[in-house]
Design a protein around this ligand. Sequence first.
Ligand SMILES: *Cc1c(COP(=O)(O)O)cnc(C)c1O
Length: 402
Amino acid sequence: MNYNVDEKGYYGEFGGAFIPEMMYSNLKELRDNYIIILNDEDFKAEYSDLLRNYAGRPSPLFYAKRLSSFHGTNIYLKREDLNHTGAHKINNTIGQILIAKRLGKTRIIAETGAGQHGVATATVCALMGLKCIVYMGKLDVERQEPNVMRMKMLGAEVVPVLSGNMTLKDATNEAIRDWISNPVDTHYIIGSVVGPHPYPDLVTRLQSVISEEIKWQLEEQTGFSDPDFIIACVGGGSNAAGSFYHYLENEKVKLIAVEAAGKGIDSGESAATMVLGHPGVIHGSRTILMQNDDGQITEPYSISAGLDYPGIGPLHAFLHKTGRVSYEHVSDTEALEAAFRLTQFEGIIPALESAHAFAVLGKHKFRKSEVIVVNISGRGDKDMAAYMNYMKQSVRGKINDI
Ligand SMILES: *Cc1c(COP(=O)(O)O)cnc(C)c1O
């Protein structure tokens, strides 16, 4: 089985580039050059130097002893939370800004929801001295003040978007509009494996450093490079795509992606795209998305802003269809419980997004000899308000009672 994108930008029936004609020249320039640049020795040297000395890679692979004994198996944690800016997002923004420079671009635009991708983009723009404009729904601007302040301190202009529900989907529309109006000097850094070809492939390749490292780190620590399972959370799907990439063709390694069920898949407040969605076009690619009978996008919901997206990248739609990856979902409450369990067993406070990946551990029966890698996509500092809220509401004193 081949899981790579084809020449037209498709993974099976999913992918492609459904874009307004006005955007064609920008996208063509990127499509014609991205593989050449990614394979260029000079690019590779600069990218790996920045990953190492700026972002702090390789991120550690840590054997979680107490969590392993709780679940009766062997659990390794891939520590993307230890990267500069606190998540896997920086792997992508470093790569894309180096591409933008090689294409002669001087102005960078990005969309952001919770602000994690906005911060990672503003960070690399400061590093390279490039102008940075971040589109962010007005509701998110109000909800995520610390990240808005970080972006501003880093020198970015944050543009509140007033259309639609004033969240991530609307910010993405606005960034696309900007790119159409500024075709010459601007590069659009998309934050996940979504959007028109070549973005899903480009972002997957830039995030694939995660599984490249898992391979040699696991070999170093256990003598085998293949785990039995890899588990990652999925919003648009970039940390999952990066964690799976070098194992996709190795069918012995089982792959689990975890979506946010929010308040439950039947509650009307959910972001479990694979359960609730159908094929359609969103943000330039054919994939699976949550929509009503008229094809209007349904508003998603999750306690974690990073998973609160109505679509999923086209690679994931294909991996779902072929059955290569199993897509599961957990609720807000299950994710919160898993976050407290990880914190109290291992002293690691995960991002709420990452906590979803840990919540499926309790839903499987793993063997004592099996090896499981869970990706911690980011750290939990940004989610302290939600965690504090949960502690206050926790009537049974759950936090002392894991
Ligand atoms: C943005 C984000 C996600 C979701 O994005 P993916 O593209 O699905 O990886 C997950 N975890 C963290 C910490 C994030 O910041």
